[in-house]
Design a protein around this ligand. Structure first.
Ligand SMILES: Nc1nc2c(c(=O)[nH]1)N[C@H]1C(S)=C(S)[C@@H](COP(=O)(O)OP(=O)(O)OC[C@H]3O[C@@H](n4cnc5c(=O)[nH]c(N)nc54)[C@H](O)[C@@H]3O)O[C@H]1N2
Ligand SMILES: Nc1nc2c(c(=O)[nH]1)N[C@H]1C(S)=C(S)[C@@H](COP(=O)(O)OP(=O)(O)OC[C@H]3O[C@@H](n4cnc5c(=O)[nH]c(N)nc54)[C@H](O)[C@@H]3O)O[C@H]1N2
Ligand code: SF4
Ligand SMILES: [Mo]
Length: 850
């Protein structure tokens, strides 16, 4: 970068102003780190005195669930810059804005730097734990002793492990192994507060319970529904890369109650009334059918070619011959025939003529129409059916496996040895003792996705003795889970809690032992797998920097140390199991925790770099050194129309508009409870009965709180800068918070339509209290046109009362910066999936001047 003198003066002035602004705003913050900015603006001459002698090293970002293959610029053992892995076929060498936060997250001065032990037995929000530093050895001794007390008392099931974010090695070495070998069934991952309800859409139609991929290069009509992939959701770099091309050549439609980044750039914005997505999707499907816009190649046609879909009229099932789908006419007769645009308008508040226009644009581009559904249309009470309704539009468009993809075959990975031999009788018995504390499988909790994690505190509050020792990693449920105050209550009661995290977050304030974790992108070992843009890939994390703090990675280093301690104290099974994992080249087992981390990473990825013949996909990688240098391996590109021809994984092997898959699974659940599916639906809070329950349909949105008492509907969304719940302690997060439409830097605003503001006599900058049935928070008000009257929106992320000095207003006094949405979001679920509700406007709120 060469600057002229004048440019340099201008740049320095700008950088000085920036720093002044940041520092003035951050008067009571620790010294923010404006250095990277300053460096970037210093002319070359000054820089050459300390030339950066570094190299780009491959790693993987875990700032969101895309898990991008990236490269870190490492200089003198320090990571200073970030970019996409240049060979990545999904991010094209770029990261999203959150990728650039990695160095700040790594060198956050508020990280937990050494193991800590609590000395204050009192636990509660705002109570100083009085942590004192201890050694890793002492910490491991304490945790191992507590665990063995349970085994010795014959009650291993009183151990609970809670996992938040993770890497694939967790499945093999921690989450999937430790509880089984130790003997407890009480282990829960965060998926139920993440986006599981979304998977019910593709799961119950085509038997694919997973996140979809999209071929944006071929997409001519992109319908972004309940997510904002320019800023969040998955595949952000590829969306940024392709979005403008679709805007130029086709149609972009955004369905979101708030003016999202995508909505601001789309041709059509449909500010749907929260929670009515099923009605809107039904109306669009109705138009597609009555106007004959469905994709004949996928869906089929009427026998004699005449379209018999006429509003309000039943159709004879025998008149239509389906191809790749099943149950279209049933769906029409049960649900769609009355879902006219007028009905859609009445429920969703989207004008009928806009519904018509959008449906026609979608039909015109089919099968190159992608409906990109996100949690906004799924993570709500009764969200299973909204997810099905929105996703089924892809079936009508015939876009399945054309532009809406299941994901390509992944890179080949090794299977870890079986744990079976190491599970003793005590463990077998323990694993089967007691019911899962999330209540899954109970009559009113079908939880077909397998977990209802956020229900654990409810059961634990009823039965506080059920857990005596709790381990948790990379999670912060006291902040990230709705009904957050329940977690404060329950965590205060858990007798012994060890937390494996990077920062002293809210949940950590309840810990007895804190085990400081690596920031895995810069300090850990792992192989991370994902896909986007038609490719799946495996990408490395290789501990590329010099660790500044005394941290260890929970998935491999900590479990190995813990296993050794348990062995020394008389329980060898975990350590003996880990010893069966040998280095793929030397055949040796690990002799220390860091070796274990590297060996397990090498073991997992060996089929990529040790294969005699190249696995399908990228050119052959010859050896570990080459894999570390390249950092990633792609499998082959997706196979178009993979599931066509009766190869979907649903019950009928077709794309089911009438879900035989759900009928079977719900039927099994009903049978287990010796009752009918209608009874299950009733106790689980759904409105459908009979066959309607098996087709995508509209369920009226559930609302916690009456309109009289709580007149506003609350909408939650993610910040473009949220690295899930983990970036709020970074000065750049706070400084650039204004990148979220309508938001402000170093603050937390609730956004209200100016018409409502005028009515209530409220103005921008007013301090307001938001109150729901669950609790209340006080934040600043911002009048903003991006939400309709009656709805208010606030970004998720702020409101930390712990975590660090930047994230809070006063860390020592537990004073939050802004307010946590999860304090006011009511604890409610979509019981069919087990997911926690956070979208769909299910929480009514009242807004008053503070
Ligand atoms: N209201 C609302 N709530 C939400 C969401 C929302 O949009 N709105 N999003 C939901 C979603 S999708 C998810 S997935 C969850 C996520 O929620 P959780 O699973 O609880 O995870 P986080 O809050 O992202 O991070 C938890 C903790 O991990 C620690 N940490 C950070 N980096 C690392 C690391 O590299 N290693 C280890 N061991 N620890 C680390 C930090 O101390 C941090 O406090 O939140 C959910 N909660
Ligand atoms: N920037 C960023 N990106 C992320 C993450 C992050 O923390 N930050 N986390 C990653 C993770 S773990 C996950 S699970 C994904 C999921 O993350 P997203 O796909 O972003 O999901 P949500 O945060 O739930 O966002 C919900 C969206 O739906 C809208 N919405 C709310 N109610 C309704 C409704 O009733 N109808 C409709 N149609 N829309 C509604 C909201 O305005 C918002 O735009 O994101 C991943 N990507
Ligand atoms: S935050 Fe997500 S999209 Fe951004 S670079 Fe990291 S993994 Fe990729
Ligand atoms: Mo998530």
């Amino acid at each position: 970068m060469k600057l002229t003198r004048r440019e340099f003066i201008r740049a320095s002035a700008a950088s000085a102003a920036w720093m002044l602004g940041a520092n003035a705003l951050a008067a009571d913050k620790p010294k923010a780190a404006p250095m990277p900015f300053k460096n970037a603006l210093i002319p070359r001459k000054a820089r050459s005195s300390t030339p950066a002698k570094g190299e780009w090293i491959a790693s993987t970002c875990q700032g969101c669930t895309q898990w991008c293959a990236i490269q870190l610029y490492v200089s003198g053992g320090r990571a200073t810059r970030v970019r996409g892995n240049e060979i990545s076929k999904s991010n094209h060498g770029y990261v999203c804005p959150r990728g650039h936060l990695i160095p700040q997250q790594t060198y956050d001065p508020d990280r937990v730097k050494v193991p800590l032990k609590r000395t204050n037995p009192l636990k509660g929000r705002g109570i100083d734990p009085k942590f004192v530093p201890i050694s890793w050895d002492e910490a491991m001794n304490i945790v191992a002793d507590k665990m063995l007390e349970l085994r010795n008392a014959g009650e291993p099931e009183k151990l609970m492990y809670m996992r938040g974010r993770y890497g694939p090695l967790s499945q093999e070495l921690l989450y999937g192994t430790l509880p089984k070998i130790f003997g407890t069934g009480q282990y829960f991952s965060h998926s139920a507060i993440c986006a599981e309800a979304e998977k019910m859409g593709p799961g119950l139609t085509q038997g694919f319970y997973g996140y979809r991929d999209y071929d944006l290069e071929k997409t001519n009509c992109l319908v972004i529904w309940g997510c904002d992939p320019l800023a969040s959701n998955r595949q952000v770099p590829n969306t940024i890369h392709r979005f403008h091309e679709i805007v130029a050549r086709g149609t972009v439609i955004a369905v979101d109650p708030r003016l999202s980044n995508a909505a601001a750039k789309a041709h059509e914005w449909l500010p749907v009334k929260p929670g009515t997505d099923g009605a809107l999707a039904g109306a669009i499907a109705h138009v597609i059918l009555t106007e004959g816009l469905w994709n004949r190649e996928f869906v089929g046609d009427f026998k004699d070619g005449k379209n018999l879909f006429v509003a309000g009229e039943m159709v004879d099932e025998a008149a239509f011959v389906e191809k790749e789908t099943s149950g279209l006419v049933k769906w029409w007769n049960l649900e769609l025939k009355d879902r006219t645009p007028a009905f859609g308008e009445k429920e969703s508040l989207i004008p009928a003529d806009q519904i018509l226009r959008v449906a026609r644009a979608m039909g015109k581009a089919a099968p190159n129409t992608a409906v990109w559904m996100g949690p906004g249309a799924a993570m709500m009470p009764r969200g299973t059916y909204a997810a099905m309704a929105v996703y089924a539009l892809n079936g009508l468009m015939g876009s399945i496996d054309v532009v809406v993809l299941e994901g390509a075959p992944g890179a080949p990975l090794n299977k870890f040895p079986s744990t079976e031999k190491f599970i003793d009788e005590v463990a077998k018995k323990g694993s089967k003792t007691g019911k899962k504390l999330d209540g899954r499988g109970e009559k009113n909790m079908p939880a077909l996705m397998g977990s209802a994690m956020n229900n654990v505190p409810n059961n634990l509050l009823k039965d506080p003795g059920a857990v005596k020792v709790m381990l948790a990693s990379w999670n912060n449920y006291n902040h990230s889970a709705t009904g957050a105050s329940r977690w404060d209550e329950v965590m205060a009661k858990v007798p012994f809690f060890a937390h494996m995290v990077t920062n002293p977050s809210e949940m950590t304030q309840f810990a007895d032992i804190v085990l400081p974790s690596t920031h895995n992108t810069t300090e850990g070992w792992n192989i991370i797998t994902n896909g986007s843009n038609g490719y799946s890939y495996a990408s490395i994390q290789q501990n590329p920097i010099k660790r500044v703090f005394d941290v260890k990675q929970e998935e491999n280093e900590v479990v190995w140390l813990l296993a050794q301690k348990l062995k020394a104290k008389g329980f060898p099974n975990l350590a003996d199991y880990y010893d069966t994992i040998k280095d793929p080249e030397t055949g040796k087992a690990a002799t220390n925790e860091l070796e274990f981390a590297e060996i397990t990473t090498r073991f997992l990825s060996a089929p990529i770099w040790m294969a005699k013949e190249a696995p399908k996909g990228d050119a052959q990688i010859k050896g570990w050194a080459e894999f570390k240098a390249k950092g990633m391996f792609h499998g082959p590109r997706y196979t178009p129309k993979k599931g066509w021809g009766g190869k979907f994984k649903s019950e009928t092997r077709k794309f089911e508009f009438y879900s035989a898959t759900l009928k079977k699974r719900l039927g099994e659940h009903a049978k287990k409870h010796e009752t009918t599916t209608d009874d299950i639906l009733t106790v689980s809070g759904y409105t459908a009965r009979g066959d309607l329950a098996f087709v995508p349909h509209y369920e009226v949105p559930k609302r916690n709180g009456s309109l009289e008492e709580f007149p506003f509907t609350f909408i939650d969304y993610k910040s473009r800068l949220n690295r899930e719940g983990r970036s709020q302690n970074l000065p750049w997060y706070q400084e650039f918070k204004k990148v979220d439409p309508g938001d402000v830097s170093w603050g937390d605003v609730v956004k209200m339509n100016p018409a409502d503001g005028a009515r209530l006599g409220l103005k921008t900058g007013d301090k307001v209290t938001i109150t729901s049935q669950a609790g209340s928070i006080t934040v600043d008000l911002k009048l903003w046109e991006g939400v309709r009257p009656g709805t208010v929106a606030k970004c998720y992320g702020q409101g930390h009362w712990a975590y660090g000095r930047v994230a809070t207003k006063d860390y020592a006094k537990a004073v939050p910066l802004g307010g946590n949405n999860n304090t006011i979001l009511v604890d409610d679920l979509d019981r069919l999936s087990g997911s926690t509700a956070r979208n769909g406007g299910f929480t009514g709120v009242r807004i008053t001047k503070a």
